[in-house]
Write a protein that binds this ligand. Sequence first.
Ligand SMILES: NC(=O)c1ccc[n+]([C@@H]2O[C@H](COP(=O)([O-])OP(=O)(O)OC[C@H]3O[C@@H](n4cnc5c(N)ncnc54)[C@H](O)[C@@H]3O)[C@@H](O)[C@H]2O)c1
Ligand SMILES: O=P(O)(O)OC[C@@H](O)[C@@H](O)[C@H](O)[C@H](O)CO
Length: 385
Amino acid sequence: MLAVHFGAGNIGRGFIGLLLNQSGYHTTFVDVNGEIVDLINEKQEYRVVLADQTKEEVSVTNVSAINSMNDPEKVIDAIVKADIVTTAVGPNILPIIAKSIVAGLRKRVAENKKDLSIIACENLIGGSTLLKNSVYEGLSGEEKGEFDQYFSFPDAAVDRIVPNQTNDDKLMVTVEPYYEWVVDQSMIKGEVPPVKGVTFVDDLTPFIERKLFTVNTGHAIAAYLGYHAGMKTIDEALASNEIKADVEHTLNETGQLLVKKYDFKMDEHKSYINKIINRFLNPYITDEVTRVGRAPLRKLGANDRLVSPAKQFSEVVGGKPTYLAKGIAAALKYDVKEDPEAVEIQELIHENGLKQAIYEITALQEGSKLVDLIIEQYELLGNRK
Ligand SMILES: NC(=O)c1ccc[n+]([C@@H]2O[C@H](COP(=O)([O-])OP(=O)(O)OC[C@H]3O[C@@H](n4cnc5c(N)ncnc54)[C@H](O)[C@@H]3O)[C@@H](O)[C@H]2O)c1
Ligand SMILES: O=P(O)(O)OC[C@@H](O)[C@@H](O)[C@H](O)[C@H](O)CO
């Protein structure tokens, strides 16, 4: 079996590539990082090491890689032959890789007409659907019909903390032991791809919202408040009682929302929150606040981990989502020079004023009480230490 996986980065090698290998696939990674592509082809294997006291090491074999900048035709041919296509490139890159996916799928329709699932393993709601929309953009009506017949884009939720890697061995990835990969089975045409470790469900929404609004909301709060307090890593941020309490209060807000919306049991959800905070505290992982806080424009988007639960909190639970608003305010103050999205946010605030910038970034409407709450929290936060 052949898997084509876009993005040989942290989660690509450390999670998706590992499970694909353990399920019996040969994985062809597609990436634009020439050094990583060459190393994968040279070594044909890499190590995944668990970040716990065991430091257990697993070897991922049966791998190759294509540099999509140099060999776009090879990518197309790999898609024609693939039994599954997965991605972990970052949400903003999905429209870019859609171009080679569409070329590969067109050739597949012409040559073998075999069913195929294409699964985006990114941190966003409806990631595969977003990829599908990009793929379908340039198709004729007839092509859309053919693609609908053979190709599925099931949405997915993926959870495993894989920090930036600093190993001498450039292919080795250190990962936390915990993982969860949930795929919406109801969106799959034909056979469900046999990937060990994947949970197939009929409705992904509760799973992706629970993950994004707990793991990623909590992570974002720790990163933005940690950065604001002059800290470099997530464990350093959580060593501050004040920031830890802010994370807990925020997850209590998203928890109230999730419990009410999806009928989760409160005590089970509280255990889920505790498990996640313990994952953030894993002493075997050093995770930089600039990795976790990266791309703040995306993270402040209307459907992402901060603004979406804050809006829904007011509508579903009632009352003020004060701690989510504090996190949003801290994200608006995130001014890392090396992060183009952070720079853009600071420019928007500088040029248009805070209120207009919030409307533009979050798509919140004029008159929204949440905007007033964010501004209040922004003033309270003051200057960065
Ligand atoms: N790291 C985590 O803890 C984690 C966990 C769950 C989900 N995710 C999600 O997985 C995705 C990837 O995150 P990551 O941490 O692995 O990032 P990463 O930067 O380590 O990996 C991204 C990879 O994509 C490659 N890439 C960039 N442009 C490309 C293109 N046009 N074609 C092919 N490859 C391209 C990069 O070179 C890089 O190797 C993100 O959506 C992230 O939210 C990450
Ligand atoms: O990948 P991002 O930028 O959406 O979010 C940063 C982290 O919160 C994220 O990568 C987590 O480590 C991951 O989602 C854990 O499953």
